[in-house]
Design a protein around this ligand. Structure first.
Ligand code: B3K
Ligand code: ZN
Length: 879
């Protein structure tokens, strides 16, 4: 494990490398405990680099076994090798020379899951961001692009399958039951995109004919016996390939495209050129084992990694500060893909919910950073919601500002101009400036400035003059190390909704640039005057969530209820109702803290019923609308002095109130949406299941019998898991929950991926007992502290989705959390650091919990020899 050196990397320190490696030739002699890697690197001095420039290659925990320069063994005085670097102070003067480097690895002992490691007896790799240096010494930086030839040798029995990037070139037998395969990737790529897989896996094969008529062989590799569970992923892959051709004119470029599913993986998946490696959670699905959310997740991640082939691989990043260049853009592309495949409105609402749940607290807490950070200590800690999700929102705003046509023109220019490059955010913005002639420098602040901007809007209507005035004021709150903020360009989509629910045509406007239904806020204050407005309209602002901001606006409950019923923009319609629910919950939680019973208006509970019953709305939308804001959402809205128990109680009370007010309606709708139809994972069917399960949750607040029935009769995992969650969380009659949990466990005992749902459901059971419950789950035979999926299911769920348990006032949750983080830290720093972000909002807690949370953080900080990953998170969280 690399411990912290305290080194800070700065964007302004970027310098091109003095040396390049145009060709990389790797040989792997695989064995679990001593794999030999022979790297033949063609090194080239950059034309403008000085002759006396030393060559310093990156390493991480490496053991050098041999070094030759131009075929001659290097003398001991010619180089300095440490586990973390290989320096050649006086490299040959020739422009090009050949380095032959031999290293030896023990993949079976690699628990960090970076570099070459073992998962379920198979060999696999993960190199982004800096894992390649755990395989061999290299210029392990994304602006050094190389053409790779990879030869893999392994025992034929242990590893009949040998895969790497690019196209297969050669294969054959060797002595002693071993065999080999050679792969060649003609596209120059950075080392982080290198991949190798060797092992014994089943495969699902298919073909895709590209728009220009080339046939691509597709393969998805999974554990033997799970092939049928890869069918949906294959279908999603083919749809992604077609979509990228149709939407962006991007064709796939190799003869083969392989996806491998592994069970030990630090994140979701990895876009290695031609050989994507996936967490099996994002590949395996069928009716019996996967929920609708799982199916949607697989579709999105398959698409995301595939889309990286152009946005990430063909055009990569100059340095890791530019991470959003590939990630934000590729998230935007996968969001649009899912919107096209499913319901655009529902997808947009789901995106915003995710952004608010993850990115907003990041932006508003100690770990806030710009979409393009300027400094980092550990790059692994910057694969954040800000880089990904806010990064995607920024690209979306570019499209909103430019319009779809010019956006596409800019993207075409980006691909044309930068194919084969390691590019920057400036390069990306420049293509849009060039196709439009616009100056995007103010807009570029979205990349450079952290923090969630706020717009305060005040409306006044003058009936005599038929005029509506909007006063708009922008502010960007200070964030760590950025106290002064500059004014941003915020595209605010809006509508004025008349009494009949129709948008009012706002012909005459002055005060700020208003075009195509968008107010372009660029100054601190704007006054927008609409004339010829005959009646006071309802204001629908930030339609479609056109900008990732918070809005402060005085709006009556009636006005919001009106928008919830009539707004033509589905996002704003959802938003209007959701904000009514959030307000009610905030008031309710204050009442509870004041020792009162919370009260909810019949207007609100009635509106919930009206939405549930509105057949003009798609079921998935109705389900989303009925989902109460989460406990963490309410905490974020409240901002400080948070008491999670009060929020929880308010939420429970509102659930009961809505259920009670709509009992017979919900019962009728529940029956209407029940039906023994055969399962299909399509979005419309999933929407119907979502609505029915939302209704079931309400109905179960008084009587969990229906949930028990559904659990027993379910013909798909969505309904089964929903029923089990209700039984376990809603204090079902004694024994009912235990019985269902035992039944689920027995059924899926041998399938850890499915058992994760069982872990998650239990780790999220609210209440003070959950600390002990989670400790017990961690002793379950199926739990493993070295498997990231298990860790995320148990301790990850506990710390992010169990507010009352994790934030137990005596600090018991934090103690368990700190113990576990340290336990994982010894094996896998990346996972421990990610987990540790679960305490980032500690300052917004009420004083008693705040003190306990701080103690847990201080305990982590006091630990000697922390990894760079964890120390970085802990120190920034405490700062
Ligand atoms: N690019 C990878 C993420 C790698 C994370 C390294 N710590 C997956 C993705 O975003 O597609
Ligand atoms: Zn990505």
């Amino acid at each position: 494990m690399r411990t912290d050196t305290g080194q800070v990397f700065r964007l302004e320190d970027y310098r091109p490398s003095s040396f390049l490696i145009p060709e990389t030739d790797l040989t792997f002699r695989l064995s679990p405990d001593s794999t030999v890697v022979i790297a033949k690197l063609t090194v080239e001095r950059r034309e403008d680099a000085p002759l006396d420039a030393p060559l310093v290659l990156d390493g991480d925990g490496l053991a050098l076994k041999g070094l030759a320069i131009d075929g001659m063994p290097a003398s001991a005085s010619a180089f300095v090798a440490t586990p973390d670097s290989l320096s050649i102070p006086k490299p040959p003067h020739a422009r090009r020379f050949l380095l032959t480097i031999e290293t030896e690895l023990a993949p079976a002992k690699n628990e960090a899951l970076m570099g070459l490691y073992r998962s379920n007896g198979n060999y696999c790799t993960q190199c982004e961001a800096e894992g390649f240096r755990r395989i061999t010494y290299f210029l392990d930086r994304p602006d050094v692009l190389s053409v790779y030839t990879v030869r893999i040798e392994a025992d034929r029995k242990e590893a009949p399958l040998l895969l790497s990037n690019g196209n297969p070139a050669e294969a054959g037998d060797l002595a002693d039951g071993r065999h080999y395969a050679v792969w060649r990737d003609p596209f120059p790529k950075p080392s982080y995109l290198f991949a190798l897989v060797a092992g014994d896996l089943g495969v699902v094969e298919d073909e895709f004919v590209t728009a220009s008529g080339r046939t691509v062989k597709l393969g998805i590799y999974v554990e033997h016996g799970k092939e049928s569970r890869a069918a949906y992923a294959m279908d999603a892959l083919k749809r992604s390939m077609r979509w990228d051709e149709e939407t962006y004119g991007r064709e796939y470029d190799l003869d083969v495209f392989n996806v491998v599913a592994v069970s030990d993986f630090n994140m979701g998946a990895m876009e290695n050129k031609g050989l994507n490696i996936f967490n099996d959670k994002y590949v395996l699905a069928d009716v019996d084992t996967a929920t609708d959310t799982d199916f949607a997740g697989i579709e999105a991640v398959i698409a995301h990694e595939y889309f990286h082939n152009w946005t990430g691989n063909r055009i990569t990043c100059r340095d890791w500060f530019q991470l959003c260049l590939k990630e934000g853009l590729t998230v935007f592309r996968d969001h649009e893909f899912s919107a096209d495949q499913r319901s655009r409105a529902v997808k947009r609402i789901a995106e915003v919910r995710t952004l608010r749940a993850h990115q907003f607290p990041e932006d508003q807490g100690p770990l806030a950073h710009p979409v393009r950070p300027r400094r980092y200590r550990e790059i692994n800690n910057f694969y954040t919601s800000t880089v990904y999700e806010k990064g995607s929102e920024v690209v979306r705003m570019i499209r909103t500002i430019l319009g779809a046509e010019l956006f596409r023109k800019g993207m075409d220019l980006y691909f044309e101009r930068h194919d084969g490059d390691a590019a920057t955010v400036e390069d990306f913005l420049k293509v849009f400036e060039d196709v439009t002639g616009r100056d995007l420098s103010q807009f570029a602040l979205w990349y450079h400035q952290a923090g969630t901007p706020n717009l305060t809007v005040t409306a006044s209507y003058n009936k005599e003059a038929s005029e509506l005035f909007l006063e708009i004021e922008q502010s960007v709150p200070p964030t760590p190390s950025e106290s002064r903020k500059r004014l941003m360009h915020i595209p605010l989509a809006f509508g004025l909704v008349g009494k009949d629910g129709q948008d009012i045509d706002h012909g005459h406007v002055d005060g700020a640039a208003v075009e195509n239904g968008i107010i372009h806020v660029r100054k601190r204050r704007h006054t927008v005057r609409f004339s010829d407005i005959k009646e006071r309209p309802a204001l629908s602002l930030n339609r479609g969530f056109s900008a990732p901001i918070t809005l402060s606006i005085e709006q009556t409950q009636d006005e919001r209820a009106f928008l919830a019923r009539h707004d033509s923009d589905p996002f704003s319609r959802w938003q209007a109702f959701n904000s009514l629910l959030a307000d009610a919950l905030m008031v309710g939680s204050r009442q509870i803290r004041g020792g009162k019973e919370p009260e909810f208006s019949s207007d609100l509970t009635g509106l919930a019923g009206a939405i549930a019953a509105n057949e003009a709305l798609e079921p998935a939308f109705r389900a989303l609308a009925l989902a109460l804001p989460g406990e963490a959402d309410i905490a974020r809205e409240l901002g400080n002095n948070i008491d999670p128990d009060a929020i929880f109680a308010a939420r429970e009370a509102l659930s009961r109130a809505i259920a009670k007010a709509n009992a017979s309606l919900f019962e009728r709708l529940f029956a209407e949406f029940s039906g023994g139809n055969t399962f299909s994972p399509d979005a419309a069917s999933a929407g119907r299941r979502a609505l029915r399960n939302a209704l079931l949750d309400f109905l179960s607040t008084s009587d969990p019998t229906r949930a028990a029935k559904q659990f027993a009769a379910a013909n798909n995992m969505t309904d089964r898991a929903a029923a089990l969650t209700i039984l376990a969380h809603r204090h079902a009659a004694k024994g009912q929950a235990e019985e269902a949990l035992a039944c689920f466990e027995a059924r899926y005992r041998s399938d850890p991926l499915v058992l994760d749902k069982w872990f998650q459901i239990q780790a999220a059971i609210p209440g003070p007992q959950s600390v002990e419950r989670v400790r017990a789950l961690m002793r379950h035979p199926a739990f493993s502290i070295s498997n990231p999926n298990r860790v995320r299911s148990v301790i990850g769920t506990f710390s992010t989705a169990n507010q009352t348990g994790f934030h137990r006032p005596d600090g018991g949750g934090y103690m368990l959390f700190a113990d576990t983080v340290l336990e994982i830290e010894k094996r896998n720093p990346q996972v421990s650091a990610r987990l540790a972000t679960g305490l980032r909002s500690w300052r917004s807690l009420e004083p008693v919990r705040q003190k306990k949370a701080r103690e847990a953080l201080l305990r982590l900080a006091a630990e000697p020899n922390l990894s760079a990953d964890l120390r970085d998170i802990v120190e920034r969280t405490l700062a």
